[in-house]
Design a protein around this ligand. Structure first.
Ligand code: FAD
Length: 434
């Protein structure tokens, strides 16, 4: 049997390693085309670290991870033939790329291709309202989601085949273009993060919005690469009553089922509204580099560059600023996020952007975040701003949220590139809202 690892880079709770009676050949295919289209140095580094860790774990189980580079479908087919595989197992994934390659694989072989539910908690085909394929509204989705029957956590370990197939060396861990303080990948690191997080997870509802605090799990990259199983994370969190946290992880399943049924929304508005966007190259440049003159927006964007991660509240503020204050197309923002986020995930990122931009499932086009009000509310002491904008670290008191012009000039920090009230008035006028 050939088990092809993709976004399930773990040995714990991985049905790809469940005992199926036959020897399992574990394969990972590094596809240069996917790297070219979707790669980012932070994610490449996390992926490489995760593969090295998986290789060690499989080695301890008495097997050998086969790593091969090449076009994904060709390489899987070639390996299946060389291994004499009677079955190919792959995690069920939701993006257009993932779905297309499975269709192509099935079209080109008679070997059964078995799709495993190992990326999400509930399968993307479950929890839909009756009579339709998918759910567009989170709250009723969540009510159904909690009752969806789940597979048991995978505990048995497969007999690994003693194969002599020749692979390529594991990828090196890139340094160029990565964030200086990025998260390190691998199942061992992910499990340590989960163990550290769980005792704090019951306070999530109170801690999750505070920008400067460490009040969220930081498990998003582990969930994206599958170095942690979403089912295990949820099962253990439910066991200690971390309900608000579990609900948030269910948003991930919600987005995955949307993308599974509507893969085109990675590129197109979910609702066919096609609003007009501006072509503001200077504004886009200031936003990307964290020099808009709005301290909380700039802190968020600099956190992204420095760590490859951004707080959820900050993602919403930064995305609202780009799409509402600057009226720049959400796709340009989503692309920049995907360049840097270690947890960059087509389902969560593109649909998160559409949610803020007002083009997504939730029809609230006037959801507008006032950066200064958000800053006062979720970073009241300015700790988050001072951490990420060293120019402003000497400012004391509430001026930190919107420093006076002379202070800005003295500290080498720019004036706001727009007037928020005017920008929002223009935005509403352009969209025909009052
Ligand atoms: P926690 O708050 O600890 O949440 C636990 C887990 O639940 C997360 O790891 C994530 O898997 C899931 N989750 C949390 N919030 C959301 C949400 N709003 N939507 C979907 N899943 C959620 N998340 C990504 O994983 N990848 C992305 O590329 C991504 N891009 C985003 C872009 C925008 C514009 C917005 C508004 C949100 C985006 N999110 C994305 C969702 C969310 O911001 C991150 O999942 C979260 O900040 C990750 O930090 P954490 O692990 O500490 O989250």
């Amino acid at each position: 049997m050939l088990s092809v690892f993709t976004r399930d880079l773990r040995v714990n709770d991985n049905p790809a390693l469940d005992d199926a009676g036959g020897g399992v050949v574990p394969l990972f295919v590094g596809d240069p085309r996917i790297e070219r289209l979707h790669g980012s140095p932070n994610r490449q580094a996390f992926l490489a670290e995760s593969l090295h860790d998986l290789d060690r774990s499989i080695d301890e189980m008495g097997g050998r991870l086969l790593h091969r580079r090449g076009p994904w479908v060709d390489t899987v087919l070639l390996t299946a033939a060389e291994a004499g595989a009677s079955e190919i197992r792959v995690a069920l994934d939701v993006s257009a790329t993932a779905q297309t390659r499975i269709r192509e694989l099935r079209a080109r072989t008679d070997i059964p291709v078995v799709l495993l539910d190992s990326i999400t908690v509930a399968s993307p085909t479950s929890a839909a309202p009756s009579g339709v394929d998918y759910s567009q509204v989170f709250t009723p989705y969540f009510r159904r989601w909690v009752d969806v029957p789940r597979r048991s956590l995978a505990t048995t370990r497969a007999r690994l085949a003693d194969h002599a197939l020749v692979g390529d060396p594991l990828p090196e861990i890139p340094v160029a273009g990565t964030s200086p303080d990025r998260q390190v990948g691998g199942e061992a690191a992910g499990r340590a993060r989960l163990d550290e997080w769980l005792p704090r997870s019951r306070a999530y509802d109170e801690s999750r919005n505070a920008l400067p605090d460490d009040g969220t799990s930081r498990l998003s990259a582990d969930l994206h690469f599958g170095t942690l199983s979403a089912l295990e994370v949820v099962t253990r969190s439910e066991g200690i009553g971390a309900d608000a946290f579990v609900r948030q992880v269910a948003w991930r399943d919600f987005n995955h089922q949307l993308l599974f049924h509507r893969p085109e929304v990675a590129k197109h508005d979910f609702r066919d509204s096609n609003p007009r966007w501006t072509d503001d190259a200077d504004g886009l440049g200031a936003w990307r580099t964290g020099t808009t003159g709005f301290p909380v927006v700039d802190a968020a964007m600099r956190q992204l560059l420095h760590t490859g991660w951004m707080h959820n509240r900050a993602r919403m503020i930064a995305a609202s600023f780009l799409t509402k204050d600057l009226m720049i197309d959400w796709r340009l923002g989503a692309r920049w996020f995907m360049t840097w986020l270690t947890d960059g995930d087509v389902a969560n990122n593109q649909l998160g952007w559409q949610w803020v931009a007002g083009t997504g499932t939730d029809a609230n086009p006037t959801r507008i975040f006032n950066p200064t009000i958000q800053s006062k509310r979720f970073d009241p002491d300015g700790t988050y701003i001072r951490r990420w904008i060293p120019e402003l670290s000497e400012i004391e008191g509430p001026d930190i949220h919107d420093p006076p012009p002379l202070t800005r000039a003295a500290m080498g920090y720019p004036l706001p590139i727009v007037d928020h009230r005017e920008a929002i008035r223009d935005f509403k006028a352009a969209r025909g809202y009052r």
